[in-house]
Design a protein around this ligand. Structure first.
Ligand code: WTA
Length: 636
């Protein structure tokens, strides 16, 4: 039992959580990892995975910051997530429990999932997809999205999943940048009882760039969709062909071969393609899931994210399957048809661990306690949070009303770039609401000032990471220079590579980390990561807009909301109707989540002398704060 010596509001773990935990002692593991980082990961990698050939070097820093892990090893993440399990008793264990928004259900055992993945991989291979080819996946939350991702990985193809809430231009840009050969989509997706017309959006995106040779369409919602002759094929038709063979060989991959790219918003310009690999990502994601959520054979793990974001990639698709766990996946909205849908799911499927985002908790909190109280939530043993700082009020509600003051909350801080949890409690860690607590064993971090020097306790600074880790991104696909300049140039010094997270944080007197938020032009709306650049370019693509500047401002429910400032073209009338049209336009081009909450028409935007929009000044004005140093501002 931890000594009760911490400052502030602290929740110590219940005795049974400690006694039932399989997780090793945090302090001891952290010390072991710190004294020999490569040795620490070497042992984990040897003991927990199957490799076709071993590595000769655990960590190769010779081309840093292009770090390499398990160099020389051969494996395939799908071999570890599926193939090896079907040789054991887990063959008939349920891998995936799925529930559709209308209430339909499917379960897939490891054996069944293995066959389905084999069939989709065989189909892709017959279409000419080979190792290293890119495949864009744009689907709703149906089992086929998991199958599609694993099928690509099995062949050594690189999947690029585009979140189903993104729209035409966002999808088009990502398809074009990745040079995808094949796309996989659905006719539509269910959301709040409505259909999101995924295939129509795909058609429009492909209309803008006809590089994709084939589109595989999974039937989900059943409405009429256009099928382009010679390009589009129904998945169920393909499954009837002899090519859809469940036996498809798993490609032998280098540990450092690419597994997927995932586009994410960055500081400037177009979205960046974060690249992850088969070896290190496999080891990192599954080790963190096992250690933080103490996954046991009889758990029902529910990561309520979307597979289209990193949380879904790592903790719906890859890590749980590598651990041989049973996962729940739910297709639709948390409040459909009633605000107790999630609690009903927990009760009916016996969910033991729920991992979600603060915005979802705040959203459900609004409806009051009577909805969760209708359901038996006693199966819940651990809870998790991710995506943005959790405000203490939401934390306490989650802890009391959902966790019944028994289930500790693992507030995990990490990023698309990091691949896995980086700052996180473990079941025995004393918790402070709003703090993600401590670095995962082997992760060293710091909070620094402009010069890169550590700031004193309780002072805000830049959050940086000073050690490499296996699941770190390897590069930005197609743009290695930008990888170095975005993440490594700012703070690295004296031969020491320091990774800039883009977040600000404080470290308190107990060493607990309090992440505050982004310090760049990334906006987190309901936990979704959006970039100002993409929204601004959608606004100026409208014929009425000459220039646009976009900022995030704090919002009680969504964490942040988007505020847009537009300069209209000469002679265009600034009306409320036009503001609405522009909001809809962003929704159509980027996606409904990117719609500005407000559009304000202005005559000028604050800019630097080199013409860069000073969002800091816009934000200060919007919040009625001091505008700070304006010496670099361009005169009007
Ligand atoms: C934020 C999501 C506070 C942070 C996994 C980070 C968090 C960005 C937390 C990455 C947390 C994520 N507490 N902030 N527990 N988790 N963030 O790439 O700003 O979509 O930099 O990855 O989310 O967002 P991304």
């Amino acid at each position: 039992m931890a000594e009760r010596t911490l400052n502030g509001e602290v929740y110590y773990p219940a005795e049974d959580i400690v006694s039932n935990s399989n997780v090793p002692d945090r302090a001891a593991v952290t010390q072991a990892a710190e004294s020999d980082l490569a040795g620490f990961w070497n042992q984990i990698a040897e003991e927990n995975y199957e490799w076709f050939e071993p590595w000769h070097t655990t960590l190769d820093s010779s081309e840093a910051p292009f770090f390499k892990w398990f160099v020389g090893a051969k494996t395939n993440i799908v071999h570890n997530a599926l193939d090896r399990h079907i040789k054991t008793w887990r063959r008939n264990k349920v891998a995936l429990i799925w529930e559709g928004e209308p209430g339909d259900r499917r379960t897939l055992t490891y054996h069944q999932l293995h066959r389905q993945v084999g069939r989709m991989a065989s189909v892709l291979r017959a279409m000419g997809v080979r190792k290293g080819d890119r495949v864009t996946i744009y689907m709703g939350r149906v089992p086929e999205i998991v199958i599609a991702m694993l099928a690509c990985a099995k062949l050594g193809a690189i999947h690029s999943v585009v979140y189903g809430g993104f729209s035409v231009e966002a999808l088009h840009g990502r398809i074009e940048d990745s040079h995808s050969k094949v796309a996989i989509t659905c006719d539509g997706a269910w959301l709040r009882g409505n259909i999101v017309p995924l295939k129509d959006i795909m058609d429009e995106a492909l209309h803008r760039s006809p590089t994709v040779q084939n589109v595989i369409v999974v039937k989900r919602t059943g409405q009429e969709v256009h099928m382009e002759p010679g390009r589009d094929l129904w998945y169920h038709d393909l499954l009837n062909l002899p090519i859809a063979d469940p036996y498809c060989e798993t490609e032998v991959m280098d540990a450092e071969d690419p597994l997927f790219i995932l586009y994410t918003s960055g500081t400037t310009g177009r979205p960046k393609a974060i690249l992850h690999t088969h070896g290190g990502y496999m080891v990192g994601t599954s080790t963190t899931l096992r250690t933080v959520f103490d996954i046991k054979e009889d758990d029902v793990w529910w990561c309520a994210a979307d597979p289209g974001w990193i949380t879904g990639h790592s903790y719906i698709v890859y890590a749980p399957l590598i651990l041989g766990a049973t996962s729940l996946m739910y297709e639709g909205a948390p409040t459909h048809p009633f605000p107790d849908r999630w609690w009903k799911l927990v009760e009916e499927h016996g969910v033991t661990i729920l991992y979600t985002a603060p915005t979802a908790i705040r959203g459900l909190m609004r409806f009051g306690e009577s909805w969760p109280e209708r359901h038996d939530l006693s199966s819940l043993r651990l809870l998790g949070s991710v995506g943005e700082p959790i405000n203490p009020e939401a934390w306490r509600w989650y802890h009391r009303v959902i966790g019944k003051e028994r289930a500790p909350i693992m507030d995990t801080w990490w990023q698309t770039e990091t691949g896995n949890f980086m700052i996180t409690p473990m079941p025995e860690t004393p918790l402070k609401p709003g703090s993600a607590s401590l670095a995962f064993p082997g992760v060293k971090l710091d909070v620094v000032d402009e010069e890169g020097d550590p700031v004193p306790a309780n002072e805000e600074g830049y959050l940086v990471i000073t050690t490499p880790w296996p699941a770190m991104m390897r590069t930005l696909f197609g743009d290695p220079d930008r990888y170095v300049s975005t993440y490594w140039e700012r703070f690295s010094k004296d031969g020491e590579w320091i990774y800039m997270t883009g977040d600000s944080a404080k470290r308190d007197e107990d060493g607990y980390i309090w992440v505050i938020g982004r310090v760049d032009d990334v906006i987190k709306v309901s936990g979704y990561r959006l970039g100002t650049a993409e929204i601004e370019s959608a606004l100026v693509s409208h014929p009425t807009v000459a220039e646009a500047g976009v900022i995030g401002v704090p919002d009680e429910l969504k964490g942040n909301i988007i505020k847009a400032y537009c300069i209209l073209r000469q002679g265009i009338e600034p009306t409320a109707k036009l503001a609405d049209t522009l909001r809809e336009h962003v929704g159509y081009e980027v996606g409904p989540i990117a719609k500005p909450a407000t559009v304000e028409f202005v005559n000028s935007l604050p800019k630097t002398r080199s013409g860069k929009i000073m969002r800091r000044v816009l934000r200060a004005r919007a919040l009625g704060q001091d505008e700070g140093d304006l010496s670099t501002l361009q005169p009007d």
